[in-house]
Design a binder for this molecule. Structure first.
Ligand SMILES: [Zn+2]
Ligand SMILES: [Zn+2]
Length: 1054
């Protein structure tokens, strides 16, 4: 559109307004018309008057209302043209019109007319009206239809007037630079607000919208519904604007603005306004298709809920708007589907901003959260309302609203407006009431829904290649790029401060409320969201290929959000009762705040199926994605292992390390959450009970029973469920990633890199390694070893241990973290030595090395995957690894002894045992003879010691052996370099192939993150073995050449 054309618009608007001003239509005649409406309405309702004169008064009234409505609407339209397209003088004209229309007399006349028309319309549509007016049924129906239509149209006019009036005021205020806000402007704005508030126009319009009578006649019904739809939006928008205005005005010092703000707040607290807000919220819930939404916020029965909502709930669509499909003509709006989707999303945003946020205003007015709840006639605490609204937002964003007909474009305004955190209250300080505690699960759920909205939007609306789309609607123009990131941070902050609160934090909640937290969080599908976000993020990263400076911040930022989420999941994932005994030493008993709290919690077992309240499909998907990614990052890390980092690659290298560390967090936390689930699953499967309390008792008995027969159970059976398989997959990925990562970081530190970045990284890794060891222990420690021995070996535990040794050697200044890690290391080592089917390997790794030449460079590149790829026909698999842990352990023994003499002693004892006991000729007996037996004893004493809460009690026999070993070996323990990271153990079959249930591409180098979830990839099974799946022919070919050729036939035989 050319500028001449725009100019023309402004000039036409100007001439229309000037003509009306000159003819004194504005405001004198319009005011007279409005006052006349009031008189006529009184005459219509006067039951003492003759029917004939009442009918005439009614018709006069409806006619006047129609005319005044058109005038009012035209004034809005033309004023907007002036503001939008006009010159400064046009703007002045608009300001003049605005000033006239905000005169108290005019406002009062408009409010009065609005109230009158509602009453008259109610009368004219009542069943007794035709008789009272002396009309036959047809005429009665005619005037009723006209009344309803006029009322609906007047609602539009009134709402439009309100919207324009407030927007104009707000715009003027907002455009002025804070310093430039003159006292005169403040005065004008305050005067206008005072006039608006005292006229009670806002509640009058709210009542118009809600009380426009329902009529049966189809044609008029449609028209009125459309009008109400539009009027609702136009009423909510100024309410949202009003809040912004209040915020801005509140910043202006002085008693006058403060009084105006209080006045506006009071006006918005009117019962009719509250009714409208609740109806608007209810509409959002209805549109989102929430169960029982109709009447839920207003507290009405579904039959008596607002009729616009009843109609929309019945039709499953929005009245008067077409979302997708055939567009319908709508007055004043282009109605293409894309446009209407944006329009409708605006509606929902306004409804939420104008309602829930006003709740906060009301709360402030009423002087506190509890009275705010009672101040609303629903009697519901805001937490339950906000939770439902947040769920509705997530559903709408996910395209689940309006029976799937409404799919917003991905640039979700919900997440791109500074909106989400305003729905959440500040976590109050100080002691709590019972109601306060009971609202904690609700608030957490609300936050989780909002977080899902924000992270899903973040996945779509940022990152490489994303361009902010042109605004589709008013609000879209206000939406900010990157806002969803701030939303993520804000919502996470809220969750963290709520969960860690001294009085109402998760640890303080009674068991049933904590279980409620877990099931509510599970419902939100947050894990699924996070999976999608990760995959989209990874796919985007891979498209870029080489990291460029700009993307460095994006990927870690996105993944950083996931780290916090991992914590959320872990804290809230329920732990089966009695499992504290099953939990490993390092995780169970050393009082790591949240862990200890969650571990001692009673069960969060849900209903009757005995499953944990976890978003299991989401969690599994998340772990499959993270595991896949970990494999790729590990391969890249392995390449760096034998070389020193070239300076030119430093940035890329740091990026690789940072991504790996972040991914490790996700793996650690999400695996811990899954571990709890699998643990419970295994316990329940063994005991055929679904009763939580009984399961807990059984669990306690089990630990005694299973100790008798350590070979039984999962270790022999293998993975028993998909979840169990994913646990194996994720454990392998975690260890595969952690080992080279820790080793590289340790080596950088040995090279005296002590920057802040390095220190932070080291600290993070120490904690991560300790947690990994702690949780892995639970999976490999008899008698409750959750991982089958083959899967445990696939984790390459010797490499993890060697890495931890390197870390411990390189860090000497982290105090408690070092000590924790040392205990974890020794516990893990002892557990490995005691573990059936692994003990032989452990012994081999601890035996004195046979001198052999350094590995050639070709095999030095041997990553875990490359090593797996090596022919399985190698004669003696274990041989190259003989003694691989001796050097690393001896190098760290002095530090271990320093940190914990007992721990140092145990290591020496194991080394001594491995040296003295001859290796069994074959591994047929499954145990490692004395070695395994002694390790089991040590383990027992360590467990007892830790459960007693003190220093491990060392049995006499071990104690003596310990002393003997120490004196001999300690002398040979001068600080020495750790040596290279040992190569991977070559396994007979690829561990992935043993996992037949989990849906993941069998190619370890697969980088296909193109779909929202791995299970949505079209995975084809290998025709030969039917054990492995691939996402495509490329992956199948690659894996065939690398490994599968040798194992396919064998797998087919199983
Ligand atoms: Zn693949
Ligand atoms: Zn095959």
């Amino acid at each position: 559109m050319g500028s001449a054309n725009l100019d023309l618009k402004a000039r036409i608007a100007e001439s229309w307004i000037r003509a009306n001003l000159d003819a004194k239509v504005l405001p004198q005649r319009l005011t007279a018309l409005l006052s006349g409406m009031r008189r006529d309405s009184n005459a219509t309702l006067d039951s003492s008057a003759r029917p004939r004169s009442r009918t005439i008064a009614a018709q006069k009234m409806l006619f006047a209302a129609g005319a005044a409505g058109v005038l009012l609407s035209n004034i809005q339209t033309t004023s907007i043209q002036l503001v939008k397209y006009g010159t400064p003088s046009h703007l002045a004209l608009a300001a003049d019109v605005h000033a006239r229309l905000t005169e108290p007399a005019f406002l009062q006349a408009t409010a009065g007319a609005s109230r009158s028309i509602v009453v008259v319309a109610a009368f004219l549509t009542s069943p007794g009206a035709p008789r009272a007016l002396g009309l036959d049924l047809d005429d009665g129906a005619g005037i009723a239809g006209e009344a309803a239509t006029t009322c609906g149209q007047w609602a539009v006019a009134g709402a439009d007037y309100l919207r324009f009036g407030l927007q104009f005021t707000f715009d003027r205020f907002d455009r002025s630079h804070p310093q430039a806000i003159s006292p005169a402007l403040v005065e004008t704005v305050c005067d206008q607000l005072d006039a608006l508030c005292s006229s009670e126009l806002i509640p009058a319009v709210a009542a118009l919208v809600l009380d426009t009578p329902e009529i049966a006649a189809a044609a008029e019904r449609e028209r009125v519904l459309f009008a109400l739809n539009y009027a609702l939006r136009c009423t909510l928008q100024p309410m949202a604007d009003a809040q912004m205005l209040m915020a801005r005005l509140g910043d202006v010092p002085g008693p006058r603005p403060a009084a105006a703000v209080a006045c506006l707040a009071q006006a918005l607290h009117h019962p009719d306004v509250l009714r409208l807000q609740m109806a608007a919220l209810e509409r959002v819930l209805v549109h989102a298709g929430l169960e029982g939404a109709l009447g839920s916020v207003s507290g009405r029965s579904p039959e008596t809920a607002w009729w616009l909502l009843r109609e929309e709930a019945r039709l499953g669509k929005v009245c008067g708007l077409t979302i997708g499909g055939e567009p319908t003509a709508a007055p004043g709006e282009q109605n293409d589907p894309e446009h209407t989707a944006g329009w409708l999303e605006d509606d929902h945003c306004y409804a939420i901003m104008g309602s829930v946020c006003l709740w906060n205003v009301n709360e402030a007015l009423a002087g506190g959260p509890s009275s705010a709840a009672s101040g609303l006639d629903t009697g519901k605490p805001p937490s339950s309302c906000v939770t439902r609204v947040a769920e509705a937002m997530a559903r709408l964003c996910r395209g689940q609203g309006l029976a799937g007909a409404y799919t917003p474009t991905p640039e979700w305004e919900f997440a791109r407006l500074m909106l989400l955190q305003t729905l959440l209250p500040a976590v109050p300080k100080g002691p709590v009431s019972q109601a306060d505690l009971e609202s904690v699960p609700l608030w957490l759920e609300a936050a989780a829904w909002l977080l899902a909205v924000a992270v899903e939007a973040e996945a779509v609306c940022s990152g490489p290649g994303w361009v902010q789309p042109p605004p589709r609607s008013t609000l879209a123009a206000l939406a900010e790029n990157g806002c969803q990131t701030r939303n993520i941070a804000a919502v996470l902050d809220f969750m963290r401060s709520l969960m860690e609160d001294r009085h109402r934090g998760v640890a303080k909640l009674p068991a049933h409320l904590r279980a409620d937290c877990a099931s509510r969080l599970a419902r939100t599908g947050l894990a699924t969201s996070l999976d999608h976000v990760m995959r989209l993020g990874f796919a985007a990263e891979d498209r870029i290929g080489v990291p460029v400076p700009d993307t460095l911040s994006i990927a870690p930022r996105r993944v950083a959000a996931l780290v916090h989420m991992g914590k959320v999941m872990d804290v809230l994932c329920p732990v089966p009762e009695g499992s504290s005994q099953l939990m490993p030493l390092s995780a169970g008993s050393r009082g790591r705040g949240q862990h200890a709290a969650a571990g001692s919690a009673s069960s969060g077992v849900s209903g009757g199926d005995g499953s944990c309240n976890v978003d299991l499909p989401g969690l599994l998907g998340l772990l499959v994605t993270a595991s896949k990614r970990a494999g790729l990052l590990a391969t890249r890390l392995e390449v760096a292992l034998p070389t020193d980092v070239a300076p030119c690659e430093e940035e890329a290298f740091k990026e690789l390390i940072a991504s790996s560390s972040l991914l490790l967090w996700i793996l650690v936390y999400a695996t811990a959450a899954l571990e709890k689930h699998v643990l419970l699953h295994v316990l329940l499967a063994r005991h055929e009970t679904v009763d939580a309390a009984a399961a807990a008792v059984k669990a306690a008995q089990l630990s005694a029973a299973a100790a008798v027969a350590p070979a039984a159970g999962t270790a022999a059976v293998g993975c028993v469920s998909e979840a169990h398989e994913v646990l194996a997959l994720a454990s392998r990925a975690t260890c595969t990633l952690a080992a080279p990562l820790a080793f590289l970081v340790a080596r950088r530190r040995e090279a005296l890199l002590r920057t802040e970045w390095e220190n932070g990284l080291c600290m993070t890794l120490l904690v991560q390694l300790e947690m990994i060891l702690g949780h892995m222990l639970c999976r490999w420690r008899p008698p409750h070893a959750l991982l089958p021995a083959a899967q445990l070996l696939a984790c390459q535990p010797h490499r993890l241990i060697a890495s931890v040794c390197a870390m411990l050697r390189a860090t000497a200044d982290f105090g408690q973290a070092d000590r924790d890690l040392a205990v974890g290391l020794v516990s893990a080592l002892v557990a490995l030595a005691a573990r059936d089917g692994v003990s032989d390997y452990a012994k081999e790794w601890l035996s004195p090395a046979v001198e052999q030449p350094e590995p050639a460079s070709s095999s030095a590149a041997g990553s875990a995957t490359a090593a797996e790829a090596a022919s399985s026909a190698t004669a003696d698999l274990a041989q190259p690894l003989r003694g691989c842990l001796v050097k690393p352990l001896l190098a760290v023994v002095p530090r271990l002894v320093e940190l914990s003499p007992t721990c140092g002693g145990y290591v020496l004892l194991l080394l001594k045992l491995a040296e003295e006991t001859p290796l069994p000729a074959s591994s047929g007996d499954g145990g490692g003879g004395d070695f395994c037996c002694t390790a089991t004893n040590i383990l027992g004493s360590m467990v007892e010691g830790s459960e007693a809460g003190g220093r491990p009690e060392v049995p006499e026999v071990i104690s003596r052996a310990l002393q003997a070993a120490s004196t001999v070996l300690l002398e040979g323990c001068a600080p020495a370099p750790v040596g290279p990271l040992p190569p991977a153990l070559v396994l007979e079959a690829s561990p992935a192939a043993a996992l037949r249930r989990v849906r993941v591409c069998g190619n370890p180098d697969c980088a296909n993150f193109g779909r929202a979830a791995e299970c949505r990839l079209d995975l084809k099974r290998c025709a030969g073995c039917k054990a492995v799946r691939y996402c495509g022919a490329e992956c199948q070919r690659a894996h065939w050449r690398a490994a599968h050729k040798g194992e396919c036939a064998k797998l087919a035989g199983e």
